[in-house]
Design a binder for this molecule. Sequence first.
Ligand SMILES: [Zn+2]
Ligand SMILES: [Zn+2]
Length: 133
Amino acid sequence: MSTHQDLLKKSGLRITQPRQKILDIFFNTSGPQSLSSLENALSKEMDRATIYRNLLTLSDKGIIHGVTGNQGTQYLLSSSTNHPMHPHFKCLSCDTLSCIEVNTSISLPENYSVKNINWLIEGHCPSCNSNIQ
Ligand SMILES: [Zn+2]
Ligand SMILES: [Zn+2]
């Protein structure tokens, strides 16, 4: 069984062709994906609505997570399905988005439930920094 199939199974999701195709892209490219980048890559295999529906299912299960910025929502593969909340780093030169692992937890007052955290750090990534120097 492949990693993707295993991941889907562990999350209680059926292994479907669209889910596998979408996860393939996340595993084969390290960067984030948006609905339109996936639509471009998968235009011959499925329509936008199918991609969108599956993105929501995958992020609902924590397999991927969405980061909303000024270019819309971008999705990243989670390091685990109980991926703790974490900030993202956005490079101002090359626009790459990466997950930043932190060991903090946010405690909210009672009865608050979190759906999204928009926690973005902007700056320059290592490869852009080395180009500047
Ligand atoms: Zn950069
Ligand atoms: Zn992340």
